[in-house]
Design a protein around this ligand. Sequence first.
Ligand code: HEC
Length: 94
Amino acid sequence: MPRLLLALLCLGCGFRADAEVDPALLALNCLSCHREASAPAADVPALAGLSASQIRQDLLDFKYLRKPATLMSRIAKGFSDEELRAVADYLAQR
Ligand code: HEC
């Protein structure tokens, strides 16, 4: 198999639920949509000003379908509860 293909297949390797992932890296994914207030993407609420516990609760509610969402339920399901907690703490402390 060509090396490039192997490298592409491995892009998801760091995102296994049991892996220790740097919350700063997880947050890059979030911030691609949740940009800073100066340039918000249409229909994406800003995260600035939310506390860690608010973000964490929202993420768990999206993941377990307690809160309606167009996109966030699918995104939150890709992470363990522990990773969601870590990324919430990171985003609130920026
Ligand atoms: C593909 C774009 C996209 C990505 C990536 C994304 N979000 Fe979201 N987020 C949204 C949208 C759109 C909403 C509004 C709810 C919905 O319709 O899904 C939202 C809502 C939220 C809310 C609720 C905010 C509020 O005030 O209601 C939180 C918290 C949140 N996202 C956190 C995150 C975190 C943390 C990540 C990274 C793990 C993330 N989001 C990644 C698009 C995105």
